[in-house]
Design a protein around this ligand. Structure first.
Ligand code: GLA
Length: 731
């Protein structure tokens, strides 16, 4: 049977039972032509494509550019219920336009030819509505929905959900979202997006997340006018910190309901004490004759005075901000002692400078602009986050890199081929000098292809020139993103060498620079990059596609980092992508991460156990107390920065929980007990199940509390989607 006939038949039969029609396949062609939106265009020679999987996996490997999907659908009159007709498209990687019988009905993102240029909305679930009274609908006849998709790099096309057509029920038109205002107050926002008013009720249940007891429950009526949105405030119970709210809205005529959940941020870690304390890694790598720069991270009552013992000749410490600078002419290990003083005392910590060929001896820690600012990053925005890094004290816990991601490059190279920054970055060298004078490091982004993923200039055929420009600006870190290298890479060439090549070219350019530039490979894990990243001198390599701020994205990336485990070591790190805490947004409009507080504890714990580079992806100038606390727990950071450089191993997986263990340099182990279930639960296990000896001294790392010795068994209550992170030492 011809596929088109099969599709029409299924729709006709389904009308009897349900008012929702899935569109699992479509007619598909790459290329771009306005005629493709028209009903009378003959697409009989087009191929058939699944609509929930990117086109790369369906015969269009590495294709970037335009593609069209055409759905031929019979519109049965039985779908009418007086409300608009809903076309749930799923996700479109990266931007799309939707036409109904040739008429544009909606758009998401924007195309390179649009006024403001290309903008991706790849991670947005897209819904379009069709007015049932529209003269364009041909009832009980074949209609056409055509979707024009533009892929700006990486995967392309429709993916994740099967599109469907359905009649819109009132409840589908209601949105219910937890909201945290700038002043920290919480509420639920309920909105009616329908063209008629809606009546309903809502209930709010407040629950103690530690023992799951209900603290309060209220029920109320609510009416919502056309497009009206109302804020439902939540009552704050006294003396409770770990609480949640469940809000359920029930639509009166259908009794169908919608539920949203909100767990209030709760702080686990005590504030640093007034006594001086030195934090951060115990080691730093540098190459021969490269400038060395390291800021001693320390907390304690200000003012602090910094010094160091046994410094190599020519090294200096700035006593006021703890920035150590110098240069080494000979390879080897230089053992020094860091010293920090304040009015309450003096503290010392051994520190090793390792001069050789390997950088990033512990995972890089810092900030990257992408997850908050996307392509709108600027000098000003970066400086605002850098200032917050210092003023809020993150720098005192070892956070150091300030990395500009995509969007800094000028439209054209200079006449001599040199890359230049665009207007948003008036003086890169000055910016680098300013960061360095404060003990921060400076990172940048490019692609081995002619264009970056955001459509900016890449380094193709200018690698050496770009590496030396970066060095002249004082760059310390380069993220090198495959993107349009697809166009250079010979189609069908699946040899490992062809995937390594662009990274070898940049490696050779970086190694010739007179400063150290950490090399971060970004090619989403192709060809199991963790197995060969070291051979191109990569210091870290992305193991996955892009992360986003949802539990689904976090877990599908984080808990799948298992086969990479043997490849992490000092200077070589698996990178499951940047952090999704705080205010994120990938553009101008930032929002608070959609992860719950417990999911964020899981995120930071897992990334620390995985020895992942820790790159904060939020606007630090808007850092709230919860996120600051999450990012400044020295016990947790110490797990990430441990000098042994092992990655945690997944040792236990049940249907609801997982345990991951990381060996530490002092012989102890960090253990993450993760509750992946939707309910708070007591998790218990025998030490023997983790293959460790029978009595263990346990420290709760988030609370920074010693819990004592446990023989045979350990038990802990773990919140839904949360974690208990402990350090165990055999007794
Ligand atoms: C890719 C990368 C992201 C980011 C963007 C910039 O999608 O994976 O981390 O660098 O490109 O365009």
């Amino acid at each position: 049977m011809k596929p088109l006939l099969a599709l029409l038949l299924v729709l006709a039969v389904s009308t009897v039972h349900a008012q929702k029609f899935e569109l699992r396949t479509a007619r598909f062609s790459i290329g771009d032509n306005p005629a493709y939106s028209q009903l009378n265009y003959d697409d009989s020679k087009w191929s058939e494509i699944k609509t929930n999987v990117n086109w790369e996996e369906q015969g269009y490997p590495q294709y970037d550019g335009y593609g069209w999907y055409r759905f031929h659908i019979v519109m049965p009159t039985t779908i009418q219920n007086g409300n608009p007709i809903r076309f749930l498209l799923g996700k479109a990687d990266d931007a799309c336009e939707v036409f109904f019988n040739g008429v544009l009905i909606g758009k998401s993102g924007s195309f390179p030819t649009d006024k403001d240029g290309y903008k991706t909305t790849w991670d947005k679930l897209l819904e379009f509505r069709i007015d049932p009274t529209s003269k364009y609908i041909k009832w009980n006849e074949v209609n056409l929905i055509s979707v024009r998709v533009y892929d700006g790099g990486g995967n392309g096309g429709l993916f994740e959900e099967y599109p469907y057509i359905s009649s819109l029920e009132k409840i589908d038109a209601i949105t219910l979202d937890p909201v945290t205002a700038a002043d920290g107050k919480h509420s639920f926002q309920v909105k009616n997006t329908l063209n008629t008013p809606v009546e309903g009720t809502y209930s709010i249940t407040c629950t103690d997340e530690d023992d799951l007891s209900v603290i309060s429950k209220t029920d109320n009526n609510i009416s919502l006018g056309i497009n009206e949105s109302k804020a439902i405030a939540v009552p704050l119970p006294k003396n409770k910190t770990h609480i949640s709210y469940t809000c359920t809205f029930t639509e009166s005529s259908t009794k169908k309901s919608l539920t949203a959940h909100l767990v209030l941020p709760y702080i686990l870690t005590p504030k640093p004490g007034p006594e001086p304390k030195i934090n951060g890694a115990a080691v730093s790598g540098v190459r021969i004759n490269s400038p060395f720069l390291y800021k001693i991270p320390a907390t304690g009552k200000k003012p602090l005075r910094y010094s160091a013992e046994n410094l190599p000749a020519g090294f200096k410490v700035n006593p006021l901000n703890g920035v150590i600078t110098g240069q080494l002419a000979q390879a080897g290990e230089y053992k020094i002692t860091l010293v920090v003083k304040n009015s309450l005392g003096t503290v010392k910590k051994p520190f090793s400078i390792q001069c050789g060929n390997v950088l990033a001896l512990t995972p890089p820690m810092g900030w990257n602009s992408w997850n908050c600012w996307g392509l709108s990053v600027s000098d000003e925005k970066l400086k605002a986050s850098a200032k917050a890094m210092m003023d809020k004290g993150l720098i005192d816990h070892g956070w150091a890199y300030m990395n500009i991601d995509d969007g800094w490059e000028d439209e054209q190279r200079k006449a001599n081929g040199e890359i230049a920054a665009n207007k948003k970055f008036p003086d890169m060298k000055k910016l680098g000098d300013w960061l360095h004078s404060n003990g921060l490091k400076f990172g940048i982004y490019s692609s081995p292809g002619p264009r970056t993923c955001g459509g900016y200039l890449g380094s193709y055929q200018h690698e050496m020139q770009d590496a030396s420009t970066y060095a002249s600006w004082g760059i310390d870190y380069l993220k090198y993103d495959w993107c349009s290298y697809d166009q250079i890479h010979t189609k069908g060439d699946e040899t490992l060498e062809s995937y390594k090549k662009p990274y070898e070219v940049m490696r050779d350019a970086l190694v010739q620079q007179k400063r150290d530039i950490v090399f971060s490979l970004c090619q989403y894990g192709m060809k199991d990059v963790w197995e060969w990243g070291e051979t191109v001198n990569g210091n870290c390599w992305r193991t996955t596609g892009d992360i986003t701020d949802t539990w689904k994205s976090l877990t599908s990336i984080g808990f799948n980092q298992t086969k990479q485990y043997p490849f992490a070591k000092p200077g070589r790190w698996n990178d499951p992508d940047m952090m999704i805490v705080g205010q994120v947004g990938w553009g101008e409009h930032l929002h608070n991460t959609r992860l719950t507080p417990d999911e964020q504890y899981t995120h930071v714990s897992l990334w620390s156990l995985l020895s992942a580079p820790l790159l904060i992806g939020c606007d630090l100038s808007k850092l709230d107390d919860f996120t600051l606390n999450l990012l400044t727990n020295d016990d947790v950071i110490a797990v990430n920065q441990d000098v042994l450089g092992k990655q945690a191993k997944q040792v236990r997986v049940t249907s609801t929980y997982q345990v991951w263990i990381k060996d530490l340099a002092d012989g102890s182990k960090a253990v993450g007990i993760f509750n992946l279930g939707d309910n708070s639960d007591v998790i218990r296990f025998y030490w023997s199940e983790l293959n460790v000896s029978k009595t263990q001294q346990v420290r709760d790392l988030w609370r920074q509390q010693d819990l004592g010795a446990f023989t045979n068994m350990f038990a802990t209550r773990v919140p839904a989607h949360g974690v208990t992170l402990i350090k165990i030492t055999a007794k």
